[in-house]
Design a protein around this ligand. Sequence first.
Ligand code: F6P
Length: 327
Amino acid sequence: MNGPAIRRIGVFTSGGDGPGMNAAIRAVVRSAAVRGVETIGILGGYDGLVHDRVRQLGSRDVSNIIQRGGTILRSARSEAFRHADGRTGAVETLYRHGIDALVAIGGDGTFTGAHILYQEHGIRVIGLPGTIDNDLSGTDATIGHDTALNTAVEAIDRIRDTASSHDRLFFVEVMGRDTGHIALQCAVAAGAEYVLIPEERQTIDGLMDALSNAPGERSSQIVIVAEGDEEGGAFEIARKVKARTDAYDIRVSVLGHLQRGGPPSVNDRILASRTGVAAVEQLLSGVHNAMVGVVNGAITITPFAEAISRHRPVQRELLHVLKVLAS
Ligand code: F6P
């Protein structure tokens, strides 16, 4: 169903923010303007849609934001939108402002909402992958992931300096509630000794073996923990290790939301710009209820139903690389 001509689109960011979302907003607004389509910015994700918080966005309103972290449109995880009457309110906002279609920038929760909006009300939505987690099927990269990785690795390098000075074992927790993409890539890039991720069934015994089998004199050991690991977060794992041995001088560092801020990397700016332009062009040519991604360097379109049906698997080869190089 192509629906009536699109003269005005809405754009919003939803779920956890990520560096590069502003670059994506800029790309959407400017590519729409080039095609003679107006853009309305929706503030605070689905919550802004439910409660009618919008502002008009022209090309000059998105000047000088490509380099800024966060999102000028704010973001939220909306409770109201989970309910049918909240979604009806959202659709009323669209009619009130003459918004014909939407561009949603976010992760799987965002696309689940967009898919429901299409099924229940026939609202045309196209998505841009915006999450630091990089866990969406249908794209090799998500906006914010590259920056988050670089930020985390820089922090871990600093932790390595102090860990080495004091002969310490550090547990460093990185983000990834349901997935270990960030943890695994950080572990390899920062030369960590071990990684714990939700995708791999690992035990405290296995961790203890890996630590005690580490050959030669080591001045420090770093274990990266994905926050969603089934053995618990970094504090919990450190507590379990301490309960079994006093052989290590243990410290814990939780990197947390610092991974979500800061200026976007070049890769994230380019990914956001490419997918933003493609999203508007695809939407205007009749594509919706789908996410724009990049696979093997080329723009791809994946139906929301598929993008949210499963998490993108981690690169298991990196587990092997880590093990070899930590020896
Ligand atoms: O989904 C992105 C993410 O940063 C996850 O890695 C993390 O678990 C979650 O958001 C944190 O969410 P909040 O900012 O709501 O605490």
